[in-house]
Design a protein around this ligand. Structure first.
Ligand code: CAA
Length: 257
């Protein structure tokens, strides 16, 4: 089996590199299966607190693999549970994930970035949902996550015209958190991931779950979820440690408990 992704562990940070450079990291079943298996492994590893997913300088990912799906029938897609079967592992992953996007993030590549919790972009990054040009629609969450990220009119513009959006435009629109020169992107993403991973893992998981409620439900339910999760955080040893360390003017020693 080819290494469609490369997994590196750097102390508390896992780095996943999408690794199909010959096709601009087009996302096929083998790659998504391997990504899912890597996420399973990282989820089970208590020492890892944050994940960075990146591609090459030229491409984060140019979308779902068009050659692989070009001849799919409806039954192939439906019975094979296309997308849901393996792409959604990222959605259920509970630790924070940073996408470090250089080059193109198109179609499923843009959708993969949007499944991550934070998107950093290189100044050469370009985002888009060009499925309309192929006679289909975004199918890995693009029609749902893009409007939530950039608003309806820009999402409609991108999906209906298939045009690409620069890193600057994506940052202004709220899709991208930070932009860096391409040669600094990965270092900066790893530095941010190290900072995130230095905190209490259960608190990071509670935070991720709570912020995601803002996208997945009505305001009052989200506020209630947040309040109850805040209350639950007082059961953590790390909350006792974090606040005691502040009062005693020392660095906290989190134990992920
Ligand atoms: N699937 C399969 N192969 C792809 C691919 C994709 N999504 N994108 C690029 N490739 C392949 C090309 O076929 C080419 O292979 P060969 O060298 O064997 O010909 C190689 O990658 C390099 O690509 P180009 O020669 O086209 O490179 P370029 O620099 O001229 O253009 C590009 C780059 C603008 C990204 C262009 O490759 C492109 O438009 N790609 C397709 C983008 C796209 O439509 N993505 C959406 C896919 S559908 C989807 O994702 C559905 C969903 O929601 C899940």
């Amino acid at each position: 089996m080819n290494d469609e992704i490369l997994l590196e562990l750097h102390d508390k940070v896992a780095l996943i590199r999408l690794n199909r450079p010959q096709v601009l990291n087009a996302l096929n079943d083998a790659l998504m299966d391997q990504l899912g298996a890597a996420l399973d492994k990282i989820e089970a590893d208590e020492t890892i607190g944050c994940v960075v997913i990146t591609g090459s300088e030229k491409a984060f990912a140019a979308g779902a693999d068009i050659s692989a799906m070009a001849t799919y029938s409806y039954m192939d897609a439906y019975k094979g549970d296309f997308i849901t079967r393996n792409w959604e592992r990222l959605k259920t992953f509970r630790k924070p994930v940073i996408a470090a996007v250089s080059g193109v993030a198109l179609g499923g590549g843009c959708e993969l970035a949007m499944m991550c919790d934070i998107v950093f972009a290189a100044d050469n990054a370009r985002f888009g949902q060009p499925e309309v040009k192929l006679g289909t629609i975004p199918g890995a969450g693009g029609t749902q996550r893009l409007p939530r990220a950039v608003g309806k009119t820009k999402a409609m513009d991108l999906c209906l015209t298939g045009r690409l959006m620069s890193a600057d435009e994506a940052e202004r629109a709220g899709l991208v958190a930070r932009i860096y020169p391409a040669d600094q992107l990965l270092d900066e993403a790893m530095a941010a991931a190290r900072q995130v991973a230095s905190y209490s893992l259960p608190v990071l998981m509670m935070l991720k779950e709570s912020v995601n409620r803002a996208f997945e439900g009505p305001l009052n339910e989200g506020l209630l979820f947040e309040r109850r999760t805040l209350h639950a955080s007082f059961a953590l040893a790390d909350q006792k440690e974090g606040m005691a360390a502040f009062v005693e003017k020392r660095k906290p020693n989190f134990t992920n408990r």
